[in-house]
Design a protein around this ligand. Structure first.
Ligand SMILES: [Zn+2]
Length: 76
């Protein structure tokens, strides 16, 4: 899980991540290594706040066309 605000990894207490996922209606079994859990804030950047909205961001492979293309050889 990462903080979407400061980018720090968010370390929850043991088991809390699973609990958060359950509350959010998410099933750990449906998540794989391409899924990143983002937290809207974390104890590091929002001290005093104990609960944060979380969302699962699924990393998908970008289509080839969306990648920046290398400039063609200028030697023509
Ligand atoms: Zn943060």
């Amino acid at each position: 899980m990462e903080c979407s605000k400061c980018g720090q990894p968010v370390l929850w207490k043991r088991g809390l991540t699973t609990k958060i996922l359950e509350l959010a209606g998410l099933d750990l079994d449906t998540l794989d290594e391409r899924c990143v859990i983002m937290s809207e804030g974390c104890p590091a950047c929002c001290p005093g706040t104990t609960s944060f909205n979380t969302q699962v961001v699924r990393l998908t492979q970008e289509p080839e066309d969306s990648r920046p293309r290398l400039p063609r050889s200028a030697c023509n």
